[in-house]
Write a protein that binds this ligand. Structure first.
Ligand code: ATP
Ligand code: MG
Length: 555
């Protein structure tokens, strides 16, 4: 039951358990609305809700908050379940939907009407908004506020029967139009919406509002701690009011914690949807997106996301986390787990003039420390590719890689010397003429030579051509917004290169690799022959210059 984590929520739960207040143990829920894909901010909430239940021997519901049929879909439902599972959490048989409780919610509403605590209001949406008042002025009571109970019952039943058009009436709680808390000024709890629901079809022409639905679902499921983000703090009095005024024998405490914000990206589902719908990105799973599906496609492991959530912790202070922390967690998780191979992204051809024969097969471990990862065959021969930037014609004195007349070790192979440079008509370097030192083979080197540099390479005849996608921050500014999306979006956040990988990488069943000296990469699970760069090897990122608006990708 103990946890290395000790935030205010865990302290509260431990106290409730110690006081004997939770005879049936801890019960939490993660309540996503199926109106988009989950993002890393949701991961924080998932990690908290499933995490605390697990640590204290409790259980967690995955409950879809599906009360707005216009924005919700089964595609989102399926994606959310896939992502929660992938993150490593198990809701067992506790998969529920707000829509499972539509009938009970309706019955509670009838009870509230009978008790004189709810009324059918026939003002328009605009009129209701206009009479709500402001932070400094009280609201104005609706002319329908004192409708007779019988009339309210009759109208609400007819709303349910589908007799009225959208917007003709709503059901409101009768609380206090002068309350300093605007959420308590006779909030709307039902609206008419002749819309097909992805689960209940056309059974309901009225739909309950979030503030009414959420607390009742929590109570019906026996949730012991209703954990939500800080923006619901002002809704807590309404949460409590509803549960205090219906006949249900469970009243969970609502406890708020701060939302996760991440620099250079967005957590708003509205903006994420806009990025997808307007074609700024290739979809919800675009590897630049902060969505779980995007992170997965980029090669991020569930362990890295859980580690990130653990490190950021849970507090009441709103904060924005630096992307470099997430990247640090990603590297940490891949460092010992990902096999290491060689790829060349910007090739410069090397011809080894003193190498006779077609080639040979070398052997190299997949990881210098993790011997369990095994080894692979590594072809070597007279034609190789090295990285263009590993050669300089006129380098500074401390340049450790290849220069005319200089030597370098090819990783897991031989020492080579650059004897000559091949140029095209314009004088640009197109290849190197080298010789190798036959007695310098890695593992049995008797050459006595000690070149300062070791570089990566691939054998030209066997290397497999691939497309490599290099990703960067989606936005040029730390806190992008919907209003300035075009200026904030960074079109350079995706760059594609043609590259070469050693054949063992292409043939392997593994999906994630470290390409030596280049970064962590993974095979794209959508586009064949594409590798995505998950993260660079070091934190080398610099903010880009803010500039002109970016052109949109698609339509
Ligand atoms: P919407 O604007 O559609 O309500 P939402 O991000 O709140 O978007 P929900 O599906 O309602 O999405 O969120 C499910 C749960 O995840 C909620 O309990 C919410 O508080 C939590 N959550 C959402 N975003 C974050 C975030 N950035 N950090 C932590 N928790 C979050
Ligand atoms: Mg929400």
């Amino acid at each position: 039951m103990s946890s290395e984590l000790n935030d205010f929520i865990r302290q509260r739960i431990a106290k409730d358990l110690a006081a004997g207040a939770l005879p049936d143990g801890v019960v939490t829920r993660f309540p996503p609305e199926p109106n988009g894909y989950l993002h890393i901010g949701h991961a924080k909430s998932i990690h908290l809700n499933f995490g605390v239940a697990d640590e204290f021997g409790g259980v967690t519901y995955l409950r879809f908050d599906d009360t707005n049929p216009l924005k919700e879909s089964d595609e989102y439902v399926q994606a959310i379940m896939r992502d929660v599972k992938w993150l490593g959490y198990d809701w067992g048989d506790r998969l529920t939907h707000a829509s499972d409780y539509f009938e009970q919610l309706y019955q509670f509403a009838l009870d509230l009407i009978r008790d004189g605590k709810a009324y059918v209001c026939s003002l328009s949406n605009e009129e209701i908004r206009a009479t709500r008042g402001t932070l400094t002025e009280p609201g104005v009571e609706s002319p329908y506020r004192n409708r007779a109970i019988e009339e309210n019952l009759d109208l609400f039943r007819r709303m349910r029967a589908g007799e009225f058009a959208d917007g003709e009436h709503v059901l409101r709680l009768k609380i206090d139009m002068a309350s300093p808390n605007i959420n308590l000024r006779d909030p709307v709890i039902y609206r008419i919406r002749h819309a097909s629901h992805q689960r209940t079809g056309d059974a309901w022409p009225i739909y309950p509002m979030y503030d009414y639905t959420h607390c009742i679902c929590d109570a019906l499921e026996g949730i012991t701690h209703s954990l939500c983000t800080l923006e619901f703090e002002d809704h807590r009095p309404l949460y409590d009011w509803v549960l205090d005024n219906i006949k249900v024998n469970c009243h969970p405490p609502q406890i708020e914690f701060s939302r996760l914000g991440l620099e250079y990206t967005v957590m708003s589902k509205r903006i994420l949807l806009q990025l997808v719908e307007e074609g700024w990105v290739e979809g919800w799973d675009d590897p630049r997106m902060p969505t779980i599906a995007g992170l997965r496609r980029r090669g991020v492991t569930p362990g890295a996301i859980r580690d990130f959530c653990r490190r950021i912790g849970v507090t009441k202070q709103d904060n924005t986390i630096e992307m470099s922390l997430l990247e640090f967690c990603i590297r940490q998780d891949l460092e010992g787990a990902a096999p290491r191979g060689m790829a060349v992204l910007d090739p410069l051809e090397v011809t080894i003039t003193n190498y006779s024969g077609p080639g040979e097969m070398l052997h190299a471990p997949w990881h210098p420390q993790q011997h369990a990862l095994g080894s692979r065959e590594l072809p070597f021969g007279p034609k190789l590719h090295i990285e263009r930037e590993d050669f300089m014609e006129d380098p500074p004195a401390d340049f450790k890689r290849l220069r005319p007349g200089g030597m370098v070790r090819l990783r897991y192979a031989y020492i080579i010397r650059c004897d000559d440079v091949v140029r095209d008509a314009a004088g640009a370097v197109t290849g190197l003429v080298c010789s190798y030192v036959p007695e310098s083979k890695s593992g049995s080197d008797t050459s006595g030579l000690k070149p300062a540099g070791v570089i990566h390479w691939v054998e030209a005849g066997s290397a497999v051509p691939v497309r490599v996608r290099l990703y960067d921050r989606l936005f040029k500014v730390p806190a992008p917004s919907a209003a300035t999306l075009a200026a904030d979006f960074d079109p350079a956040s995706l760059a594609e290169r043609r590259g070469w990988v050693e054949p063992a990488i292409a043939a392997s069943d593994e999906t994630r690799f470290q390409f030596e000296r280049l970064g962590y990469f993974c095979k794209d699970n959508v586009l064949p022959g594409v590798f995505n760069r998950t993260v660079t090897l070091r934190d080398s990122w610099k903010p880009p210059p803010a500039g002109a608006a970016a052109p949109r990708k698609g339509g």
